[in-house]
Write a protein that binds this ligand. Structure first.
Ligand code: PMP
Length: 310
């Protein structure tokens, strides 16, 4: 079911009226920046907790600056619009919030960013699991390499560069895998098609640096904090080779949609036990408590949406 209200061209409108013209620049050239934010329903507290909303909008605005998308809102104003949208739709279940800033100019054949109109739209929809994070998933190394920051900035969620992720995910799932792992042009591990990657070896967590062309993930940042502060683990950022994954004790992926998902195999080679490993399990539980507003120490990561009383 879709939400009944969207935010479009500066106002709240019925969801089915949030439509663009076929000549819109972003549709032809991928000149958009988007976010994925989760709202998690806590049945005991009868509250919808939006996770790290401000950080998502800060990243959106960084992307806007990169793509010369002038939208007339601050992060704080975008948070306010989002809470109003949730309230208008009165969600009482897990949701996925999709803000989109885009080049809205309606014309064809214009290969530049300057002097073109920009706009912002927002929808939210009920959303359950993106990947089955209750089990360890099976991944393959993609035959597609991760795009380089020298081609399109990879640290922002730019619409056009998701063709890269979509090619990889399509190849992986058509071949019977759950997800694809990208390598950089230099053969270092970059990330999943829509997730950051964490490797565990001898009780130490190793993650690829953002300079390996991955997105500076908000779940990645949250998990680094939880692993170091709550589990006393060391997290090292360093380049990782594909063969290191085969020999890892545990591997997991992180993302707003994917949460913390264990990886049981890469290219049909079992990783560790092939199941959800003990450290991954502890991090999954901690993360889930945080996103559902059940961990008071990290409650400032959550914004409680003010829903109508039933
Ligand atoms: N990498 C890519 C390519 C992604 O699309 C995402 C999802 N936004 C992530 C990593 C994880 O980022 P986050 O934790 O901020 O959702």
């Amino acid at each position: 079911m879709n939400s009944s209200v969207a935010f479009f061209k500066g106002k709240f409108v019925p969801y089915e009226n949030a439509n663009l013209h076929i000549t819109t620049h972003a549709l032809h050239y991928g000149t958009s920046v988007f976010e994925g934010i989760r709202g998690n329903w806590n049945e005991d507290k009868k509250t919808l907790f939006v996770f790290r909303m401000k950080e998502h909008y800060d990243r959106l605005l960084e992307g806007c600056s990169m793509l010369m998308l002038d939208i007339p809102y601050t992060s704080e104003e975008l948070c306010k619009i989002t809470l109003e949208l949730i309230e208008k739709n009165n969600f009482k279940e897990d949701i996925y919030i999709r803000p989109l800033a885009y080049k809205s100019e309606e014309l064809v054949a214009n290969l530049k960013l300057q002097d073109l109109a920009s706009d912002f739209a927002l929808v939210a929809v009920p959303f359950g699991l993106y990947i089955d994070s209750n089990r360890a998933i099976n991944c393959c190394t993609s035959s597609w390499r991760r795009i380089e920051d020298t081609m399109i900035p990879t640290r922002c969620k730019i619409g056009g560069h998701y063709v890269n992720s979509i090619l990889a995910k399509t190849e992986a799932t058509l071949s019977g895998f759950d997800e694809a792992i990208f390598l950089t042009q230099d053969g270092y591990v970059s990330e999943g098609a829509g997730e950051n990657l964490f490797l565990i070896k001898n009780n130490t967590i190793i993650i690829p640096p953002v300079s390996a062309n991955n997105l500076s993930g908000i779940t990645r940042d949250s998990v680094i904090k939880l692993a170091t502060e709550e589990l006393n683990l060391t997290v090292i950022e360093q380049n990782i080779r594909r063969s290191e994954i085969y020999l890892a004790d545990e591997l997991f992926l992180t993302g707003t949609a994917a949460h913390v998902t264990a990886v049981g195999s890469l290219d049909n080679r079992k990783i560790g036990s092939g199941d959800v490993g003990p450290i991954t399990k502890s991090i999954q539980e901690l993360y889930f408590d945080c996103v559902t507003g059940n961990k008071s120490k990290y409650i400032n990561w959550c914004t409680a949406a003010n829903l109508k009383k039933v």
